[in-house]
Write a protein that binds this ligand. Structure first.
Ligand code: ADP
Ligand code: ZN
Ligand code: ZN
Length: 733
């Protein structure tokens, strides 16, 4: 053993399925799986991760490890095993999975010691606090203002507070460079239980908590289904109390769009602390939170999708809020579902998982119906607010004013007159979704992906919502030269215009991706809306999620049909969830709300089930349809996507893959129950210059598909065509 060279097998951060062997020098310390190493790779030097030490059949001439970076498994055993599972289940290169898990600083080779579970701050130095400062800074009023601000706060503050007060990082650095302030690190506060802050549970909440109690602290998944405002968050807070009291940690996953300061504040107020992981953090902040979770000094972590892949020392509970939300599924690269990974993680650790939603996904409902998950419900609103009343408006043959029917306009007028706020929902930003010539029928299409371009105002342009290509508005039709061009259809900008004409004296707030670009403007809008005076809110799903608008008494859905008509098999489910979410914004406080839904299909059975009988009835019906069609959640699905610049070779690649799969099916005797459909064009058949096609694999069980795909490199031997697997796809099937 002593004489033979020590070999380590590593995963490198590259899109390669292969692992690589390296040799340790006699004077280099031993390396365990999960530890990082610096290794030469081609002409590069990479930070790789050890997968096994002394592997079987080592490479005969391994290169030398440059540096062993960790003495221990940096992920911790549990997360490392989870990463191996993720790579395997989602058929993604292990090196890339491990790389995704690491905060940027660790990816670059930084060591994991200094800033564990700390948060950075800035404090005045004696010079900064003394007379020196004013002479040094007599020509820098902003820098002087920063010192005065710190003085006011008792001498120190954190970067976020400073930024919020208008002192940006560059300014802070400049003052630090003059020795007037120093960077400090303080430990994150630990969670405290403050029972005096909590409301009394209502009987339903108490029953739910009782059931959770009885379920114990081992593995078990509970679906908590409750309408918006029914007090699910209060249940989470109570369930967390118990876990925290035992000194264990809690992970709360929320959808991207829901991680608002409002959400965070609720957890902070109850426990005095809550760390977050999201895209807005600096690398240093991210590392501090990550390592704090790993060391056990962060008690509560609230985060979006990727937070499910954080190491924890003693995780005791995982909560997934709005578990049906599509943002839990990553749509590119490592296409994992954070919700599904959370289930796996809870099972591995033997801890409970709580899935909350007003509109559970059909997957989760199916699991509840078959007894794999516990199903608890909250049926009424906790704060005492009444459920809104629902009305359907048949808009066939009606003349609409910028998308609003006379019935809806009258209802809006009534609500505004009694001091209510109105929220109008439309899932289309821009002014009009198409721009056409009324003389010859020409339509503006994206030069890259051939999709219709959306007309925008302020500033005026044609924009492709897929690839963001912009074009100026032609004055005359490029086809017939006449000036008969017109925006057709309805976007949020046009609805806003229409409302301005109809209600000139009421403030209007448009909330969509375009207005959200200015964070300040968005925050100002929210603040104004929360003051509660009469107002019109018009927007996309950004309005539907996360934010609470207690003053809203009327919610209008301008067009309920588009979603139900989309070919994607999940489209009705998504649309129903969205409608319920928007409707849930109405009448959250003392006043009962009303919901008006405009449709060209007043007989659509899915829509009727939803509006007349509610989401559970809709879901029941939809599950039956999925069963009849042989789709998830009844069967397992994998989407094979292929794209490239040449449509024919993309198709050829998928045909070849299909032949390989069918041969494998025979070989494995897995022929029965597995279906391969396609190749067919993807729902977006061309993005930019890339043609996109897909194969659909369906089977009775996930295991069948996993066996079929095991060890298969779907893109092997296909030059110019990129092939990727999407396991349990959320979109595009
Ligand atoms: P959900 O998470 O289901 O949307 P929340 O937990 O946010 O519901 O509760 C909705 C509102 O009702 C919140 O303002 C919350 O503070 C309040 N609330 C929740 N539970 C209670 C309770 N037991 N007593 C009084 N108010 C409650
Ligand atoms: Zn024309
Ligand atoms: Zn385009």
């Amino acid at each position: 053993m002593q004489d033979s060279p020590r070999i380590v097998r590593v995963a490198v951060p590259k899109p390669l399925r292969q692992l690589f062997d390296y040799q340790l020098e006699p004077d280099q310390p031993g390396v365990v799986p999960g530890a990082r190493l610096r290794v030469p790779f081609g002409r590069q030097s990479l930070v790789a991760v050890c997968v096994s030490a002394d592997p079987p059949d080592p490479h005969p001439e391994p290169r030398q490890v440059l540096e062993a970076l960790d003495a221990e498994n940096i992920f911790g055993d549990a997360l490392f095993r989870l990463a191996l599972w993720v790579a395997d289940y989602y058929h993604h290169p292990l090196g890339e999975v491990l790389d995704t898990l690491l905060p940027a600083r660790l990816r670059q080779g930084a060591s994991l010691d200094a800033e564990t579970g700390t948060r950075a701050g800035f404090s005045l130095t004696p010079r900064g606090a003394g007379q020196d400062a004013s002479s040094v800074l007599n020509r820098a009023p902003r820098q002087r203002a920063l010192l005065a601000f710190l003085e006011q706060l008792g001498g120190s503050s954190d970067p976020e507070t400073l930024r919020a007060a208008g002192f940006d990082a560059a300014l802070v650095r400049a003052v630090a460079a003059k020795g007037l302030i120093v960077r400090t690190l303080e430990a994150l506060p630990r969670a405290r239980l403050m029972p005096e802050r909590r409301p009394r549970l209502n009987p339903e909440q108490a029953a739910v908590l009782d059931a959770l109690d009885r379920a114990g602290d081992g593995y078990g998944v509970t679906l908590l289904e409750g309408v918006t405002g029914s007090g699910k968050t209060e249940v989470y807070l109570r369930a967390m109390e118990r876990v925290l009291a035992e000194g264990r940690q809690v992970l709360v996953l929320v959808p991207e769009i829901a991680l608002t300061p409002q959400t965070l504040r609720r957890f902070e107020e109850r426990f005095g602390t809550a760390a977050t992981l999201h895209s807005g953090l600096t690398d240093v902040q991210r590392l501090a939170v990550w390592s704090g979770c790993r060391a056990g000094t962060v008690d509560i972590l609230i985060g979006t999708r990727s937070a499910v892949l954080t190491p924890f020392r003693q995780l005791g509970l995982i909560i997934v809020d709005e578990e049906h939300d599509g943002s839990f599924k990553q749509q590119e690269g490592l296409r994992y579902s954070a919700r599904d990974v959370a289930v796996k993680r809870a099972r591995d650790l033997g801890i409970p998982l709580l899935l909350g939603s007003a509109t559970p996904s059909l997957e989760t409902l199916h699991n509840a119906r078959t007894g794999r998950y516990r199903h608890l419900v909250l049926t009424y609103r906790a704060g005492g607010a009444e459920a809104p009343t629902c009305h359907l408006i048949d808009i066939r043959g009606q003349s609409l004013e910028d998308g609003l029917s006379p019935t809806l306009i009258a209802a809006v007028r009534r609500q505004l007159a009694v001091g209510g706020q109105v929220l109008l929902f439309l899932n289309r930003r821009g002014y009009a979704p198409s721009y056409v010539c009324t003389a010859c029928g020409w339509q503006a299409r994206c030069s890259e992906c051939e999709l219709p371009m959306t007309l925008h105002r302020d500033p005026e342009a044609l924009i492709c919502h897929r690839c963001s290509v912009r074009a100026p508005l032609p004055r005359h039709c490029p086809a017939c030269q006449r000036s008969a061009l017109l925006g057709i259809g309805l976007g949020t900008q046009r609805a806003e215009d229409g409302l301005t004409k109809l209600f000139p004296n009421v403030p209007i707030y448009r909330i969509d991706r375009d207005t959200a670009r200015s964070r300040q403007r968005l925050e100002a809008s929210f603040a104004a809306i929360l003051r509660g005076e009469p107002a019109l809110l018009v927007g996309t799903q950004m309005l539907a999620k996360g934010h609470h608008f207690p003053g809203v008494t009327l919610v209008g859905v301008l067009n309920a049909d588009s979603g139900f008509l989309s070919p994607d098999f999940r489209a009705p489910e998504r649309t129903a969830q969205l409608i319920v979410q928007v409707a849930g914004r109405a009448g959250r406080a003392e006043r009962p709300g009303e919901v008006w839904v405009q449709t060209y299909q007043p007989d659509n059975p899915a829509l009727l089930a939803l509006l007349k009988e509610g989401y559970p009835a809709f879901a029941e019906r939809e599950l039956a349809l999925r069963q009849a069609a042989g789709f998830p959640p009844w069967r397992a699905m994998v989407l094979v996507r292929a794209e490239g610049n040449d449509a024919e070779s993309v198709r050829g690649a998928l045909l070849a893959l299909r032949v390989r799969l069918e041969a494998r099916m025979i070989e494995l005797g897995a022929g029965s129950g597995v279906e391969v459909l396609g190749p067919v064009p993807a729902p977006l058949p061309k993005i930019g210059t890339r043609y996109r096609l897909q194969l659909l694999l369906l089977a009775d069980t996930r295991r069948q598909l996993q066996r079929l795909l095991q060890g298969l490199d779907p893109g092997a031997g296909q030059r110019g065509t990129q092939v990727t697997l999407d396991i349990d796809p959320y979109d595009g099937a």
